[in-house]
Design a protein around this ligand. Structure first.
Ligand SMILES: Nc1ncnc2c1ncn2[C@@H]1O[C@H](COP(=O)(O)OP(=O)(O)OP(=O)(O)O)[C@@H](O)[C@H]1O
Ligand SMILES: [Zn+2]
Length: 809
């Protein structure tokens, strides 16, 4: 954190959490937040004065600042980076240079004559009291305005100043209402109609207004008026309305409106089954002793209804509630379920919201409008001041970890910490808990509640392994689908049921290869092959965004035999449409869900039965609750298994169980077909048996033996530089220094990263396995910061970048 000097006149306005403006350099103005007030001047630099205090009410509360400080320390980043992630950009300030006439300037008597362009600027300043640089460019019609402005400043004709602006802008609606004396006087109104007789268009607008706003029965409605677009229906003329306004019949006025609509609750919470009620009671009694409880309930066991009950109780007690979800794909369905019960006391917060909407959620939490928020990981940063409960749904999800940029935090772990600061309870929910959480529950650190049955009559699905190799040998394979999968799909289609087809995306994207020489297209800036996008006929890099058209012939050998390898969701959709021409297909992946309502549209179509078969990536694996899904197909089970990571087994178990859990959630029993080349793989038997505990035990024994979490803490450090040698040298230097730190640890590497180069930067990785004790971690992180500072100070490493990832996922 930086230290600022408080000028005398601002003393009374200083409050922790208020935003302030500070000048850096000659032109740069930054926003800061007051974190602490003290009188220790910094040693290393001269404190800058605070120019202005922006908030009378602090924007950020002390609990938030404590949370930020913890996050910066634990995840080894700067608190400014946490602030940046925490504040919606609408609350950050932007500064812009502007000019105005120097009040001392006397044009007539000035000793310095102005040239033509300078005159032009001053003329413009007569009409407008201030101009931005952009305005000046427009006035002169040229880009290089700095010399001119500089000259004007030297001639003491203008002043340059910084205008700080909030980026948030409230939504303003233009409304129309009847002039108030008309609204209160029947005779005057009748007279008006007499005058308007024959002017059909004006008459019709007036009649429509009176139909929507009964001014005599409910005069208060006239005060609020009508939105212009509501008043003017198709065929109405805008100019007639203008005439009515001009003649003083209507008046137009502006109001600030909420971007987030008001929603009334539609239903009360469902009655819980005895098993669910038991779970609620058990959670509550364990909360008396423990801050965190793990709710381990199989897919379809009705965890959401349990959440609803707990949320209601906490809200009634006057505390706030936060429900975290791993991705927006998931929010669509659950948000509408929750909204039915909670209406608009519930706020929703995620990245598909505009900045302005996010500021309104933020302010809604501040003002108390939202006592309950559902959101993705960034909602941890909202200005809660009295959380009573934080629920982390699908707590095992790896997307809870922020990968880039810093702070690289894990939202589940951060939620537990935030809960601790608020003295709130944290409930972790999952059908397939992360090994970390399950371990903590077994150790007695967390409470533990289990649900072994699906809600109602629903049963867990039946599994089938479909052997890709065997079908190939028997010539039964059609465009990569086994006969068994085709049969199951056909049966479901015949019964008018729905089908989900899942393809794991991670690390396996389709690419283009030359059949003759084996050439594949690679990114020019990264060491990865380009991904083939059928839709746009493009090759794209998923790391840096680079793209090019698919070549018509091989750039290496000239052959025209180019073919696509690797099955993406797009190809699967296409194959299925060939196999089942009568079925209606849908696809849910990154490509089809780019815009704000992408998820919603696809899920709505699926929910209302307009889609028979939905093909998708990870997005369709969790949380979805559709009653008519009876068949789930896992297109390529082996892809889920082959991942070079100590969590591969855990992840595979979770993914297969989760996606299978979408099938048969009502009365019809579901069926899951896993296509694989290795049906004898042990993990399939374990998933099918649903034996989480046994699986956990075996995997844990290995993790213990090879020093992996939760038995150690991991920190990954990536060293990056545009020059290979420099990157390598820096990584080795760091490694040597780290080896000296006197704590219990293992330092591995440095090795070239799996992807050796990204955006023209070479990457090396070191992995540190630390003893779990808090003291060890603190000592190591403190020394690490010092080491990096020393290395960075060496001229050869000045432009090296180090990325620290604590608890990498
Ligand atoms: N008490 C209840 N009354 C009526 N319906 C219920 C009740 N509890 C659960 N259900 C219904 O059972 C279905 C499954 O519940 P829910 O989606 O909450 O399961 P879940 O435990 O979250 O599953 P998953 O882990 O697979 O997401 C839903 O359709 C839900 O509406
Ligand atoms: Zn690239």
């Amino acid at each position: 954190m930086f230290t600022y000097k408080i000028p005398r006149n601002l003393y009374s306005e200083i409050q922790i959490g208020a935003r302030v403006i500070v000048q850096f350099g000659r032109k740069k103005i930054l926003t800061g937040i007051i974190g602490k007030v003290h009188n220790k001047p910094p040693q290393a630099y001269e404190a800058k004065p605070i120019l202005e205090v922006l908030d009378h009410q602090p924007s950020v509360n002390p609990l938030q600042i404590r949370f930020w400080a913890w996050m910066a320390e634990y995840y080894c980043c700067h608190i400014g980076e946490v602030m940046h992630a925490a504040l919606p950009s609408g609350l950050r300030l932007s500064s812009e240079s502007r000019i105005q006439v120097n009040p001392n300037f006397d044009k007539e008597n000035s000793p310095y004559p102005l040239d033509e362009r300078e005159e032009k600027i001053l003329d413009a300043l007569e009409n407008q009291s201030e101009l931005s640089y952009d305005d000046c460019e427009k006035v002169l019609g040229i880009k290089t305005i700095h010399p001119i402005l500089k000259s004007l400043v030297t001639k003491e004709a203008i002043l340059i100043f910084e205008k700080v602006q909030e980026k948030y802008s409230p939504k303003i609606e233009t409304r129309i209402r009847l002039r108030s004396d008309l609204a209160h006087n029947k005779e005057a109104l009748e007279e008006l109609f007499a005058q308007l007789s024959g002017k059909v268009k004006q008459e019709s607008i007036l009649l429509k207004y009176l139909r929507d706003v009964p001014v005599f029965q409910k005069p208060e409605l006239n005060e609020k008026g009508l939105d212009k677009s509501t008043l003017l229906e198709e065929g109405d003329s805008e100019s007639s309305l203008k005439t009515l306004i001009k003649n003083g019949v209507f008046e137009s006025f502006k109001v600030v409106v909420n971007r987030l609509e008001e929603i009334q609750p539609e239903r009360t919470a469902s009655e819980l089954s005895p098993i669910q009620q038991e779970a609620v009671d058990s959670i509550k009694s364990q909360f008396e002793e423990k801050q965190t409880v793990l709710l381990h309930g199989i897919t379809g066991s009705g965890k959401t209804e349990i959440y609803i009950r707990l949320i209601q109780e906490v809200l009634e007690s006057g505390s706030q509630v936060l429900l975290l979800l791993p991705e927006i794909a998931l929010t669509t369905q659950i948000v509408s379920r929750l909204q039915e019960v909670f209406g608009s006391q519930m706020g929703v917060y995620h990245s598909k919201y505009s900045d302005n909407e996010r500021v309104e959620v933020w302010n809604g939490v501040l003002s108390g409008r939202f006592s309950f928020v559902v959101g993705v990981r960034s909602s941890l940063f909202l200005p809660f001041d009295s959380l009573g409960l934080i629920i982390v749904d699908e707590e095992h999800e790896s997307s809870y970890k922020q990968f880039d940029p810093a702070p690289r935090f894990h939202a589940r772990d951060a939620a537990i910490m935030l809960g601790y600061f608020h003295q709130a309870k944290t409930l972790l929910g999952s059908a397939t808990p992360s090994f970390e959480s399950y371990f903590n529950a077994q150790q007695g650190k967390y409470g533990h509640v289990e649900l072994h049955q699906r809600f109602g009559d629903a049963q867990l699905p039946e599994f089938y392994l479909a052997d890709l190799g065997a079908d190939r040998r028997k010539n039964l394979l059609k465009v990569d689908s086994t006969r068994l999968l085709r049969e199951k799909i056909q049966e479901a289609l015949d019964k008018n049921e729905q089908i989900l087809i899942y393809q794991n995306r991670r690390g396996y994207s389709p690419y283009v290869q030359c059949e003759d020489c084996g050439w594949t297209a690679e990114c020019v800036q990264c060491d990865v092959s380009l991904t083939y996008h059928q839709f746009s006929e493009e090759l794209r890099c998923h790391y840096c965004g680079y793209k090019e058209k698919v070549p018509t012939s091989c750039p290496a050998c000239g052959s025209t035999q180019l073919s696509t390898k690797g099955m993406g969701t797009e190809r699967i959709e296409e194959s299925l449409s060939l196999l089942f021409p009568e079925a209606r297909l849908g696809r849910m992946d990154l490509d089809t869900t780019r815009n704000k309502y992408g998820y919603q549209r696809i899920l709505d179509e699926f929910g209302s039965g307009q889609i028979d078969i939905l093909v998708g990536t990870q997005m369709i694996t969790k949380g979805l609750d559709f009653g008519r899904v009876t068949v789930v197909g896992i297109w390529d089970g082996d892809r889920i298994l082959n991942f070079p990571d100590f969590r591969a087994g855990e992840r595979a178990f979770q993914q297969i169980t989760q996606v299978a859990g979408r099938a048969g959630r009502r009365s019809v029993k579901g069926q899951v077909v896993i296509q694989t080349r290795n049906p004898e793989q042990d993990i399939y038997a374990k998933v099918i048996a649903g034996d989480y505990k046994n699986f956990f035990r075996v995997e844990m024994a290995e993790r213990k033996q090879f020093y992996y979490p939760p038995f150690v803490k991991l920190i990954k450090i990536t060293t990056r530089h545009a020059d290979f040698k420099t990157a390598e040298k820096a990584a080795i230097a760091l490694h040597r220094e780290m080896a000296q730190i006197a704590v219990k640890k293992i330092v591995l590497g440095p090795e070239r990263a799996l992807i050796g180069r990204i955006k023209n930067q070479y990457q090396f990785e070191s992995l540190i396995k630390l003893d779990r004790s808090g003291a060890t971690q603190q000592e190591f992180k403190k020394r690490l910061a010092e080491i990096l500072e020393e290395l960075q100070a060496r001229s050869e490493f000045r432009s090296v970048r180090w990325i620290i990832d604590v608890d990498p996922s």
